[in-house]
Write a new protein. Structure first.
Length: 119
């Protein structure tokens, strides 16, 4: 059974940094696109960033470009999200997700990790 487990969330001050990690297990993730999404209270879940299997292509929401960096280690089945210059509006529950490279929808989701940025 595929499992995605996020870690690294927490409380940080405005302008601070956090690094989230997602560990994948229970399957073969060759060719999978990995992504991060977030959901703030009272808001819909939104796309943050994604990375292709090779790591050669990354995509970012405009709101995080230049501040967040996604990376992956396929040997360890992990994907990381380095978040710098955090703002209070980045406060949300962050979810790791995975989909086959040819799929439009993400098939697997983690349970989420909370990120809170205080002003």
């Amino acid at each position: 059974q595929v499992q995605l487990v996020e870690s690294g969330g927490g409380l940080v001050q405005d302008g601070g940094s956090l690094r989230l990690t997602c560990a994948a297990s229970g399957g073969t993730f060759s060719g999978y696109v990995m992504g991060w999404f977030r959901q703030a209270p009272g808001k819909e879940r939104e796309f943050v960033t994604s990375i292709t299997w090779s790591g050669g292509r990354t995509y970012y929401a405009d709101s995080v470009k230049g501040r967040f960096t996604i990376s992956r280690d396929n040997a360890k089945n992990t994907v990381s999200l380095q978040m710098n210059s955090l703002k209070p509006e980045d406060t949300a529950n962050y979810y790791c997700a995975a989909r086959r490279g040819t799929a439009r929808e993400y098939s697997y989701w983690g349970q989420g990790t909370q990120v809170t940025v205080s002003s």
